[in-house]
Structures are given as structure tokens and as C-alpha cells.
Ligand binder design. Structure first.
Ligand SMILES: *Cc1c(COP(=O)(O)O)cnc(C)c1O
Length: 403
């Protein structure tokens, strides 16, 4: 546990790292390094400086990120933001042709993903009502059964162009069986993309071995890269040298070796870096470089996962004993990450503020899955900094405020 390596809001129990990770203490030094390079070298900072120049800035995150998402360094990079990367990768991997033009995703997905997918369908002149298939939980259930996902994928079969699924559902906290989804998508002849916004830095991932075509995530949730940190993207090695893939290109995706020869012809960098578009946002990305080493220092994702399972189970048992609350997140530890989502009946627009005043920082959203009168609290004891003692106090506060 590396709690003392973070600035945490004083006198609060911070269980909201699924929304914005807290600030690693090393961030200030990292930013200071870039500021002094800028101050002292200005443009020459691109080619030289304490760690070798900003030209290699996104490359400096690749090794750490690759370990976190289960990929080869060349399969990942940092650029843009999650939704932008989703658009860019759909340009490459959603290629509706003939009968094959449908997309499958989970029902109740994060709005930005829905906006991206619906607008991509319209961009291709397709009708989302016909071409977007959303797999929902069964009546009376909150989470989606793997068998239902696989059956739908098989049913759409040769009309399926893309499976776009989240690793962990932002609202219910369900951790999906990505291997099963990837296999079913590939067997149907479709491309498979995964949104890891709530999974990266939360649970162990094996993107390369699972064989998904692409993935996107944000670096400001469990990865603690700071508000609006540039996003992460993964492109499987089998596409690393496929220059025939259509893409919306920019000079930062051009091979670094001759980028500054300023030629008209676009030659993509091998691997994920070929999807970068614009100049790397050095100051925006600096906090991520301070945060990534903490994951290695904590022993990697499998060590963090062990600690996470303990904390989340402890929270689960505590909340389950409070009358009137329903935990939507699966009881099976393999089917969830750090986060628990708790259904609270009734209209409680002030609940988030009320809990914060009682020293518990969590988030609350109205029930947009079933449209009921109630709402959902999301609590995530992130294993890098949350403690068992905090979980016990959090449960006590919930009991006091909600019983
Ligand atoms: C947090 C989150 C986003 C945010 O997208 P940005 O482009 O970074 O603003 C998108 N999708 C999901 C599933 C998320 O959880």
C-alpha cells in the first residue's frame, strides 16, 4: 500500500478514485522538471533534457501502461482523450460493408460511448435503430449474463461489424468476461474493441492474449493521471504494420525517424503510436509519468488485485448488512473490480453532498438504467491508497446517513 505517496483530501474517506484518482506526491516534481526544461531550453526541450527530450514523451509511458493492461509496449500509447481515441479507432476498425454493418454494445453504456457510436453510424449513413444492438440485463436483473452476450453475438453473426464493450460497466461495476466476448466476436468475423475506462489500473487485464483488436481508456480514473489527462489506446500487434487500415492521420502518428523531414507522404509509426495525431501534450501528460511507477512499486496489478479483493469484500459485507440498500455489483469477486454500486431508493438529490459532509466522498447518480425513483451510489476503495479502517468507517457513515 502506497497511501503516503498520495495527496488525499484532508479529513475525508476518498472512495471516488473511479471518477478522479487523487494526486500522487511525485506529480509536482514531474511538472517542475518539464517547466524548467521549457524555461531553460525552450524549443530544444524536444530534443534534449533530463530524460531525453519531449519527442519520446509518450513512449516513456508505454512500458508501464503495457504492464497494467497486459500488452506489449508497442501496442499501447497515450494521446488525445478516451472519446477522441474511440472515434479514431472506429475510423480504422468499424468498416461497415455489405450486410456486415451492425454494432453490439452493452445497454446503459456511458453516454459518451453511446454518442460516439451513434454518431459514427450516422457518419456512415446508417440508421442506429437498425444497426446498434444493445444487450440488456434480463428482467429483474441489474447485470448482463455472459451467455446472453455470446448468444446475441452469434445471432447477429455475419451482419456484425463490431463488438464494442466495456471492461467494467461504469454504473453497475460489473467486470465482464472479456475473453468470452473477444472469442465470440472473432468467431462471428467482427472486430472487437473494449472501453477500459473503469478497468485500467483497477483489475488485471490481458489485452494481447485476449486478442481484442483495440481498446481505449482514460488515465485520470484508477491511473491517477490528473483531471483531463490524455487517454490511453491499444491496437493489437497483428495490426501493427497494416498501413492499409484507413485512419484519420496527423504528423505525430508519422514515423518519428523522419517526421521532421516534413514530407507530404504519411508513413505511420509501427503499432499504437501510428494513431497519435497531434503534438504530445507534455504538461498534460506529466502527472501520468509520476503515477505509473507506483503500480510497479506496488507489485503490479496482480498484487494490487489481491488487496483490492479484500477491501471490496469487506465493503460488500458491511453494506449488505445495512437495511434498505441493494448492491447491484455482482457478489462474485471475479465479476467485479474495486467498485461497488449501491441502489438507494427514493429521490435523494443531495445525498452526495450529505455524505461528503459526513466525510465520505463517493458519487451518486440517478437511476438511468431502470428509470426508477431511486439512485446509485458508487464506492471504490482503490487498493493503492484506501485502507481497511476507512472501509469500516465508510460503512458506519452509510449506516448512519441512510438507515
Ligand atoms: C470516464 C469515461 C469516459 C470519459 O471519456 P473522456 O473522453 O475521457 O471524457 C468515457 N467512457 C467511459 C465508459 C467512461 O467511464
Amino acid at each position: 500500500m502506497l497511501r503516503d505517496r498520495f495527496h488525499l483530501p484532508p479529513d475525508k474517506i476518498y472512495l471516488c478514485g473511479n471518477s478522479l484518482g487523487p494526486q500522487p506526491k511525485a506529480v509536482a516534481d514531474q511538472l517542475d522538471t518539464e517547466l524548467s526544461t521549457w524555461r531553460e531550453r525552450a524549443v530544444e526541450g524536444w530534443w534534449g533534457g533530463p530524460a531525453g527530450g519531449w519527442l519520446g514523451y509518450s513512449a516513456r509511458a508505454r512500458h508501464g501502461l503495457a504492464n497494467i493492461v497486459g500488452a506489449h509496449p508497442e501496442e499501447v500509447t497515450v494521446a488525445n482523450a478516451l472519446t477522441v481515441n474511440l472515434h479514431l479507432l472506429m475510423v480504422s476498425f468499424f468498416r461497415p460493408t455489405g450486410k456486415r454493418r451492425k454494432i453490439i454494445m452493452e445497454a446503459g453504456a456511458f453516454p459518451s460511448d453511446q454518442h460516439a457510436i451513434i454518431s459514427q453510424l450516422k457518419f456512415h449513413g446508417l440508421n442506429p435503430d437498425d444497426c446498434l444492438i444493445e444487450v440488456a440485463p434480463r428482467a429483474g436483473e441489474w447485470t448482463i449474463r455472459t451467455e446472453d452476450i455470446v448468444t446475441q453475438i452469434e445471432g447477429v453473426g455475419e451482419e456484425l461489424a463490431l463488438v464494442l464493450w466495456s471492461g467494467i460497466h461504469y454504473y453497475t461495476g460489473q467486470f465482464f468476461d472479456i475473453q468470452a466476448i473477444a472469442d465470440a466476436g472473432a468467431a462471428a468475423g467482427a472486430r472487437v474493441g473494449i472501453d477500459l475506462a473503469h478497468a485500467a489500473g483497477n483489475v488485471p487485464l490481458h489485452l494481447h492474449d485476449w486478442g481484442v483488436d483495440f481498446a481505449v481508456w482514460c488515465n485520470y480514473k484508477y491511473l491517477n493521471g490528473g483531471p483531463g489527462a490524455p487517454g490511453g489506446l491499444f491496437v493489437h500487434e497483428r495490426h501493427a504494420e497494416d498501413d492499409s487500415l484507413p485512419r484519420f492521420a496527423g504528423w505525430w502518428g508519422h514515423r518519428q525517424s523522419d517526421r521532421f523531414q516534413m514530407r507530404r507522404e504519411f508513413r505511420p509509426e509501427r503499432g499504437a503510436a501510428g494513431w497519435e495525431v497531434s503534438t504530445v501534450p507534455v504538461l498534460g501528460m506529466a502527472p501520468l509519468l509520476a503515477s505509473l511507477p507506483l503500480f510497479a512499486e506496488a507489485g503490479g496489478m496482480s498484487a494490487l488485485r489481491k488487496r483490492s479483493e479484500l477491501l471490496t469484500q469487506q465493503l460488500y459485507d458491511g453494506i449488505a448488512a445495512i437495511n434498505g440498500l441493494t448492491i447491484l455489483t455482482p457478489a462474485d469477486p471475479q465479476a467485479r473490480g474495486a467498485q461497488l454500486s449501491v441502489y438507494v431508493p427514493g429521490h435523494r438529490p443531495d445525498l452526495e453532498e450529505q455524505l461528503s459532509e459526513a466525510a465520505l466522498v463517493v458519487d451518486y447518480r440517478e437511476d438511468n438504467l431502470r428509470g426508477s425513483e431511486g439512485g446509485v451510489l458508487r464506492l471504490a476503495p482503490a487498493p493503492l491508497y484506501a485502507t481497511e479502517e476507512e472501509v469500516i468507517r465508510a460503512v458506519r457513515i452509510l449506516g448512519d446517513q441512510l438507515a
